[in-house]
Design a protein around this ligand. Structure first.
Ligand SMILES: Nc1nc2c(ncn2[C@@H]2O[C@H](COP(=O)(O)OP(=O)(O)O[C@H]3O[C@H](CO)[C@@H](O)[C@H](O)[C@@H]3O)[C@@H](O)[C@H]2O)c(=O)[nH]1
Length: 270
C-alpha cells in the first residue's frame, strides 16, 4: 500500500518560473517542526497544458533532487478546471488539495489545509473573507471588485464564505461521487461544492492572505468571466430546479383558478 495520503494538484500554464519556489516551499513547510503532515506522505502533481517553457525540465530536476513531484503534460486539452479534475483523478492521496502555481496561495498554508480534511470535514477551503484577513494590498481594485461581485452571485448556492477560491481541498471519496462536473472555466471549487452537495458543517475554512503574482501573467480573461455567468446559470438550475418546477406548477394552478373566476364573473352577466 502507498504511503502517500495527500496529493497537491497544481494546474499550470506557462508557470516555469514559479515551479521551483512553489515545490521547495511546499516541502519546506511540511518539513517544519510541528507540521501536522509529514513530507513523506505528500505528492505534488503539476498539470501543465503543453506550455513548452521548460516546466518539464524543472520538474525533472526537482525529482532528481528528491522532491516527490511529477508533471502531467496535456496536449489535447486546455483549461484550469479540467486540469484540476485530471490531477484529482490521478492522485494517490485520499486528501487532495488544489492550489495555483503562481504563489498567490502561500505554500506555508499547505500543511494546515491538508490536515484540516477528515471524514467529517470533506472539504477544505482557503478563504480570503474571514474576519481579520487581508487580501494583499498589491491586488488591483478591479480584481477586488470582480471577485466580490462574483462571490455575491454565488452565495445563494453554498454556505462557503469564499466559493471563488482556487485554494481548496476535497476528500477523494466525495470527489468520486461528483457527476457532470463542469470542465470549462475557473470555478471548479464552486462546481464541486454544489454538485457534491457539501453542507456548511463539512467545510473546514482556513483563512489566508491572497498574495500578488511574482512571475508570469493571470489567465483570467473576459471570456473566462462570461463562462462563469453561464456556469452560474447551470448551477442555479442544478440546485433550485425542483423549487422552480413547484413554483411553475403553483403559478399554473393560480392562473387556472383566476381564469375560472373571471369566466364565472363574465357568464354571470348573461
Ligand atoms: N493547466 C492549466 N492551468 C491553467 C490554465 N489557466 C490557468 N491555469 C493555472 O491556474 C492557476 C490560476 O490561474 P491564474 O491565471 O493565475 O488565475 P488568477 O487570475 O490569479 O485567478 C485565481 O484567483 C481567483 C480568485 O480571484 C480564483 O477564483 C481562480 O481560481 C484563481 O485561483 C495558475 O497556476 C495558472 O497557471 C489552463 O488553461 N491550463
Amino acid at each position: 500500500m502507498s504511503g502517500i495520503h495527500y496529493s497537491v494538484v497544481v494546474p499550470a500554464f506557462r508557470e516555469n518560473g514559479n515551479l521551483r519556489p512553489l515545490v521547495t516551499r511546499i516541502f519546506g513547510a511540511l518539513s517544519q517542526a510541528g507540521s501536522p503532515v509529514s513530507p513523506h506522505e505528500v505528492e505534488v502533481i503539476i498539470v501543465d497544458d503543453n506550455s513548452r517553457d521548460g516546466s518539464v525540465e524543472t520538474v525533472d530536476d526537482l525529482r532528481r533532487e528528491g522532491y516527490n513531484v511529477r508533471i502531467i503534460v496535456r496536449t489535447t486539452e486546455r483549461g484550469l478546471s479540467s486540469a484540476v479534475v485530471r490531477g484529482f483523478r490521478e492522485s494517490q492521496g485520499d486528501n487532495m488539495l488544489c492550489m495555483d502555481a503562481d504563489l498567490q496561495h502561500p505554500p506555508e498554508y499547505v500543511p494546515a489545509m491538508l490536515a484540516s480534511m477528515s471524514p467529517t470535514k470533506q472539504f477544505a477551503l482557503g478563504t480570503r473573507y474571514a474576519k481579520g484577513v487581508e487580501i494583499d494590498e498589491g491586488w488591483p481594485l478591479y480584481r477586488r471588485v470582480i471577485s466580490s461581485g462574483a462571490r455575491m452571485l454565488a452565495l445563494p448556492l453554498t454556505s462557503a464564505s469564499d466559493p471563488m477560491s482556487g485554494f481548496f481541498g476535497i476528500r477523494k471519496e466525495t470527489f468520486l461521487k461528483a457527476r457532470n462536473l463542469n470542465s470549462d472555466g475557473f470555478k471548479i471549487a464552486l462546481d464541486l461544492l454544489v454538485k457534491c452537495n457539501i453542507p456548511g458543517k463539512a467545510i473546514a475554512e482556513v483563512p489566508f492572505s491572497f498574495g500578488v503574482r511574482s512571475e508570469g501573467e493571470s489567465k483570467l480573461t473576459g471570456k473566462v468571466m462570461i463562462r462563469y455567468l453561464e456556469q452560474l446559470a447551470e448551477l442555479y438550475w442544478f440546485r433550485f430546479s425542483a423549487l422552480l418546477v413547484v413554483f411553475a406548477i403553483f403559478l399554473f394552478i393560480l392562473f387556472v383558478w383566476f381564469a375560472q373566476v373571471l369566466l364565472n364573473w363574465y357568464t354571470g352577466f348573461d
